[in-house]
Design a protein around this ligand. Structure first.
Ligand SMILES: [Zn+2]
Ligand SMILES: [Zn+2]
Length: 147
């Protein structure tokens, strides 16, 4: 693991009151070493290369712990499968309606989002996340080829 990643992992665990175990370290590393939005199964495949005895259930459990602690976030759950976002910085998502690929959109590329009118009573707003849908580059290229 890169020293920087390791230090970040230690700092995050401390900040969120989690024990910095070796398993968690490997799971965290698998996530942040390649930017993307991964399913627990994909993370498991990656972690298994370093820790052959780890189980999918353990990976699930630790990912849930990361999410509950606020160390990581999950991608909007409307896409069927559970995906964890390796990008911890605030950002929006571009979702391809065709292949379901997810691309990060810089937070600054949208203006401030404002709410007009009142929230339903009792709803405590925490943040806005924008999900823009469209057709990704690869799908557009494939479509053009077909015609
Ligand atoms: Zn696509
Ligand atoms: Zn993302």
């Amino acid at each position: 693991m890169r020293r920087e990643t390791y230090n970040e992992f230690r700092r995050l665990c401390q900040e969120h009151n989690l024990a910095a175990t070796h398993q968690r370290e490997k799971i965290y590393e698998a996530l942040v070493s390649r930017p993307g939005h991964y399913s627990p199964e994909e993370i498991y495949e990656q972690v298994k290369q370093d820790l052959p005895s780890i189980s999918l259930a353990t990976v699930y459990k630790n990912l849930k712990t990361f999410l509950h602690a606020g160390m990581l976030r999950e991608v909007s759950p409307h896409h069927g499968s559970w995906r964890i976002d390796a990008n911890r910085h605030p950002h929006h998502h571009l979702v391809c309606t065709h292949c379901r690929s997810i691309t990060d959109l810089d937070f600054d590329s949208l203006g401030p989002v404002k709410l007009h009118g009142k929230l339903p009573s009792g709803f405590r707003l925490e943040k806005f996340t924008i999900e823009a849908q469209g057709i990704c580059k690869a799908c557009t290229a494939a479509e053009t080829k077909q015609h």
